[in-house]
Design a protein around this ligand. Structure first.
Ligand SMILES: [Zn+2]
Length: 490
């Protein structure tokens, strides 16, 4: 058989199995897994001693994300942000749509989509953010329109941040509308009033150094919001997705809900797993690097989060990639320095995309990793199940896909689809298997090589591979040019 790339000698991780195999790629697709029995290709990668994984779906990014007032913006745009994702082994991201001041949700959607189409190097989709004012304006008409016409399958509700924070009546109506449309509601679960009260108390006491950000976001606020959202979801009878769970308190509540059979799903993020308050509690301005919401809490929360991933109580890892720079570049609106010495003004967000959300993570010199099985379960299957990211080839019930020329694909393809209402049920993932691979088509095909057939040990599968060695990004995590992980790290 002839292809453009052979990856030889690695341990292939699929959704079903892990086995040693050679991988043959042609026309941007994996065409064979088996024994390299005389295969030919323009390029061969020796993956001996490595795992070969499918590309990841990062269901939580904030590229070109403007704050509510429109006064600042994350440093990564769709190009640099998606490059970071790809470098981390992610081949699809799901970002958010929210209107700028005075902008409708529909206009915001088209603006964001166009920007992503122009900038992104990998596939993408969007969650829609439900405005706090949704019960008193036409937001739900717009949400319905975007859902029915453009295939949005998840709506996000903020339970914190003044101006974004949805009142309970919006949660109730929003969950009800979501259920009717088969949309998965997702919540930023922090009680915004508790957060505001905690922040005000700190400011009154003059405790405004950067590290006090954590004290302004008590774990109790997360717990309260999870319980409230889940209670409303139960009453409405809809599944619920809790994003960026940061505390043992939150994990305990989700576990209790799941023990009662409730379809409540949770996500956590790499920064909650590998960093703790102790890492920045004695830093001055450097602590601004760690400011995100919910906050990076005391390290005692890490173990329960890892355990929740191991047991499946938390079903996915998203990066919540939201970069702000520590200095102030001229070409960006105010970044972290605007809050120097006064944490409420520090824009919250940390990078993560390039740090590969489903790869190996290290903490305190001790390697902590997702082993192949959890990699499959948490980071391949579940995010797609929860947010229905991409069906096979994106044919139906899809978000849309953008195949960028940067990575040398056969061309851009958009797949718009209408979701079928499936209240209380989650669409199974078929997303990764069948996606086109971007990287191999970077390579010139050589037609002069003789075509040879392999023996019988070939299972034709198609898995995406990210190869982005030439990309750059503001994300400073280590480069990982292809999704091949040394086995000794697992
Ligand atoms: Zn986020």
């Amino acid at each position: 058989m002839t292809g453009s790339l052979i990856i030889r000698g690695g341990h292939v991780v699929t959704a079903a199995d892990t086995f040693r195999a050679d991988v043959l790629i042609a026309d941007g697709k994996i065409v064979a897994l088996g024994t390299d029995d005389g295969w030919t290709a323009d390029r061969v990668i020796d993956a001996e001693g490595h795992y070969i994984l499918p590309g990841g779906i990062d269901t939580h990014t904030h590229f070109e994300h403007h704050n509510l007032k429109g006064t600042t913006r994350t440093a990564d745009d769709f190009k640099t942000g998606s490059a970071a994702s790809a470098a981390g082994g992610t081949t699809t991201f799901v970002d958010f749509v929210r209107g700028l001041p005075g902008e409708s949700l529909i206009d915001a959607f088209h603006r964001r989509r166009q920007a992503a189409e122009q900038g992104s190097m990998i596939d993408f989709g969007f969650h829609l953010m439900v405005p706090a004012t949704a019960n008193s304006d036409d937001s739900f008409d717009q949400l319905r329109h975007l859902t029915e016409e453009f295939g949005a399958t998840s709506w996000k509700f903020f339970m914190a941040y003044t101006g974004l924070m949805v009142p309970d009546d919006v949660l109730i109506r929003g969950f009800t509308e979501a259920r009717a449309l088969g949309v998965l509601p997702m919540v930023h679960a922090e009680n915004g009033h508790m957060v505001n009260a905690a922040v005000e108390a700190l400011v009154e006491q003059g405790l405004t150094e950067e590290h006090h950000h954590m004290h302004g976001h008590p774990a109790a606020a997360e717990r309260e919001a999870i319980v409230r959202a889940a209670t409303i979801a139960e009453w409405v009878d809809t599944p619920l997705f809790i994003v960026h769970v940061s505390s043992a308190d939150g994990v305990n509540e989700i576990q209790a809900l799941q023990n009662r059979g409730r379809p409540v799903f949770g996500e956590t993020c790499p920064h909650y797993l590998v960093t703790g308050y102790e890492d920045y509690s004695h830093a001055d301005y450097e602590a601004a690097k760690y400011i995100c919401s919910p906050p990076i809490r005391e390290s005692r929360h890490q173990e329960p989060l890892w355990n929740a991933l191991a047991t499946g109580v938390l079903g996915s890892v998203g990066t919540d990639h939201a970069t702000y720079t520590m200095d102030q570049p001229e070409d960006l609106p105010p970044q972290k320095p605007q809050g120097r010495g006064y944490f409420p003004n520090v824009p919250p967000g940390v990078p993560g995309g390039r740090g590969t959300p489903h790869g190996s993570l290290r903490t305190g010199g001790r390697a902590r990793t997702f082993r192949p099985e959890p990699i499959r379960r948490h980071d391949v299957d579940q995010p797609g199940q929860n947010v229905r990211s991409l069906p096979p080839q994106g044919h139906h019930r899809a978000r849309f896909r953008c195949r960028r020329g940067h990575l040398g694909s056969a061309g851009r393809a958009h797949h718009l689809g209408r979701p079928t209402p499936v209240p209380g049920r989650i669409h199974p993932l078929r997303g990764h298997v069948g996606q086109r691979s971007s990287a191999p088509s970077l390579l010139a095909r050589r037609a002069d090589r003789p075509r040879r057939r392999t023996g019988g040990d070939v299972r034709a599968r198609s898995l995406p591979i990210a190869d982005v060695a030439e990309r750059t990004s503001t994300d400073s995590s280590p480069r990982q040019p292809i999704r091949i992980i040394p086995t000794h790290r697992l």
